[in-house]
Design a protein around this ligand. Structure first.
Ligand code: AMP
Ligand code: MG
Length: 414
């Protein structure tokens, strides 16, 4: 008979990856506070309201080419047109074009009334004030129409959208200098562990540098939240309790690493139970089996495992989706790609593995993946070299080279 604590066997009490994420998402609510901010500050921020266009884009008919604006029917072989003026970007020709007339026009310049076609310069020959069209074009050629890109009244962007560089331009093109976005969630975090030293300090016997806090700095920055670094906290009941309490008072979400299991020095699990509502989850994934999740007052709490790779994996799979939801983003499941593994991948049935891999595109366009090598959950090199997780299902054993596997690019998660 199997025991529920053995990592390498099937643990019926452990949540699946999907179940754990669903529970997190159910507990995370979009931040109800909004702020109006200028476009240059809005990259990555999340729209709190749908944006509708109040005018057409482009706002007027304009030319897609440098050339001549004319009436299509006037393009007759051997019959030149009279050039009566010019329309440059920002300097339109304001009169109406008569029959047999044309104006020189530049890209983006307004097409004068009366003209219905633009012939690019290369297809014409000019003699003084006369224009010979050497290749006649169809009616409407090279003219951009008002509302072609966005029509007045159309939704430009929907609430829940994290703004990209293109989005900022889109908002500018409809004339909006400011946007209403969700307030950034505040996330307080600290590391726990008596063995941890700060970078720059000398290491004593049995000590290691606190790398998790730097990982979390980076991860929180790339998700896009306000972060509060509370440093390192020793494995002492009072110290951990006070840090958790203080963190919960200033933040919407608290993250800790280490002390998250059920060992003697694992205070996080016990204190969360006393201070708030706690759930201790065993999740059937590797790395990252234990995860504390709960609340202290109104503040959400995630107690991540101490091993850096486990901390990163649990952050990416559970914390990041939750934070994105609090940021106001519409939840979007990560995309999974199929690839051929070039290496044998060692695995024992029981948990879903998230092995670290490097994705390749073969000459014929198919995807393949290689492993980063040793997969110890204390080895950050495996994350640093990797650009994807290779996800191997719970029941799967080792996969031989040449087998098909699921691959999740880090850009889908982090
Ligand atoms: P714990 O979850 O506290 O039992 O820690 C599990 C493993 O992760 C131990 O080997 C710790 O030394 C290591 N660890 C815990 N916190 C950190 C940290 N902040 N940076 C690097 N390693 C850590
Ligand atoms: Mg510890």
């Amino acid at each position: 008979m199997h025991t529920a604590t053995c990592d390498t066997e099937f643990d019926a009490l452990a949540l699946t990856e999907k179940q754990a994420r669903e529970r997190v998402l159910a507990a995370c609510k979009p931040s109800p506070e909004n702020e109006l901010i200028g476009l240059t500050k809005a990259l990555g921020r999340v729209l709190a309201k749908d944006v509708k266009a109040v005018a057409d884009v482009p706002p007027h008919r304009n030319s897609a080419m440098d050339g001549y604006a004319l009436r299509a029917e006037d393009q007759q072989p051997g019959h030149p047109l009279e050039i009566v003026g010019r329309s440059f970007a920002g300097h339109p020709f304001t009169r109406e074009l008569g029959p047999g007339q044309c104006v020189q026009i530049m890209t983006g310049a307004g097409v004068p009334k009366g003209a219905d076609t633009v012939v690019q310069q290369e297809l014409t020959r000019r003699e003084g004030n006369l224009l010979f069209v050497e290749q006649a074009l169809k009616l409407g050629a090279n003219i951009r129409f008002p509302g072609e890109d966005i029509r007045r009244g159309d939704f430009v962007l929907r609430a829940g959208r994290a703004l990209s560089a293109a989005d900022l331009g889109l908002l500018a093109s409809v004339g909006l200098p400011k946007v209403l976005v969700h307030r950034l969630p505040r996330v307080a975090f600290f590391s726990t562990g008596d063995e941890l030293r700060g970078v720059g300090e000398p290491l004593g016997e049995g000590e290691i540098y606190d790398s998790n806090r730097y990982v979390l700095h980076g991860l929180l920055q790339s998700v896009g939240v306000e972060s509060i670094d509370m440093g390192r906290i020793p494995d002492q009941r009072e110290a951990v309790e006070e840090a958790m309490h203080t963190a919960a008072e200033q933040a919407d979400v608290v993250l800790t690493t280490g002390g998250a299991s059920v060992g003697e020095a694992d205070y996080v699990t016990r204190i969360l139970r006393e201070l708030g509502q706690a759930e201790f989850w065993k999740i059937a994934i590797k790395p990252g089996k234990p995860l504390n999740f709960g609340r202290i007052g109104k503040t959400l709490f995630f107690g991540l495992p101490g091993n850096p790779v486990s901390a990163m994996a649990t952050f990416g799979l559970f914390v990041a989706p939750g934070l994105r939801k609090i940021r106001g983003e519409n939840p979007r499941p990560y995309r999974v790609f199929r690839a051929i593994t070039r290496d044998e991948l060692k695995k024992r049935p029981g948990r879903t593995d998230f092995q670290r891999g490097i994705l390749h595109v073969e000459a014929d366009g198919t995807l393949s993946v290689t492993t980063t090598g040793m997969q110890g959950s204390h080895m950050l090199t495996s994350m640093s070299r990797a650009d994807c997780f290779i996800r191997l299902p719970r029941e799967s054993g080792s996969v031989p080279a040449g087998g098909q596997v699921d691959v999740i690019p880090f850009s889908e998660i982090f």
